[in-house]
Ligand binder design. Sequence first.
Ligand code: SAH
Ligand code: SF4
Length: 354
Amino acid sequence: MLRADNFGNMSKIDIKSMSFEEVIAFTQEKGYPRFRAEQIYSWLHQKQVNGFEEMSNLPKSLIEELSSICYISVANIEKKLVSRYDNTVKYLFSFCDGECVEAVVMDYHHGHSMCISTQVGCKMGCTFCATGMGGFIRNLTPSEILSQIHTAQRDLNLRISSLVLMGMGEPLDNFENVVKFIKLATDEKGLNLGARHITLSTCGVVPKIYELADLHIPINLSLSLHDTKNETRSRTMPISKKYPLEDTLKACKYYSDTTGRRITYEYALIKGVNDSEINALELANLIKGTLCHVNLIPVNPVEGTGYSQSSEKNIRNFQKILERHGVTATVRRTLGSDINASCGQLRGKQIRGN
Ligand code: SAH
Ligand code: SF4
């Protein structure tokens, strides 16, 4: 049975992380009929309540029993910033042990998309990343990943229609919880999000890319590439020392062959580091002919990294070279630029007390 690794509820069961089948087994074990499990699951995943006492159609005895042995994980709003330019909303959420993560809600013409976190901090140490600079604290539970969406939906009174796992943390380094989260988020008795509307972004934890592909959940995979050669990539992304680029690209090919989904390669352009015409050509050669798309992102300059953004002209030129070689590429719109919408920076500020 799932036990929380949060201090506040050390010995209590994390009921919101349970699958429907697990809730059925749990309630039956306590001597209650199956329809009670349906009610509990619906309170947690459709009405999204934060307390057992709100489950008004349950007998008092069951509410008391649940309260004494389980807890409902909640993402509390610590900070909320709304962009003046484009309705982008950035949250700093805290969990029951006081740890915080960031999430962003973006208003697109086709609906609302949310970028959520999967870990508090990250072990991967990418040199351009605010989260990576802060080190790793802990994994998020499936319910903590889910609660970020529940809280934002309630706060903004809207429905999130697509998700990107691109906030703080490396989702494939928290594989089991992230997969469990995806199953909960796509459950028709829960948020009922389409797997095709979920994108998981990874720096390239190769064995887990294979494992994910073999689960045959048709979510989109995004690979944070950011360089074209293993030697130089290892300098900004230490994961490349463990899993060489060639193996990473092979894993991506396996993913798109197995799931039929196109891979998105993220490429953050850093002035003088990875943004030359040669880099563009190398990138095109590396991935052309595969089912893919490139997202070019002007790097978000993080304090202390010493990196700066490529010029707009350079970015457009980079894009043209890719397209000339048959690789489709878009330059990512920077949403919420006034609220530091790229992740890791708000939490960093909170910790430093700015
Ligand atoms: N750990 C996963 C997902 C979280 S990071 C991964 O690395 O893919 C989400 C995305 O933000 C990644 O593509 C990452 O490379 C990118 N990123 C991190 N720091 C950035 C910065 N300063 N500027 C632009 N993109 C950044
Ligand atoms: Fe971790 Fe992704 Fe940041 Fe790298 S870019 S340190 S993998 S969150």
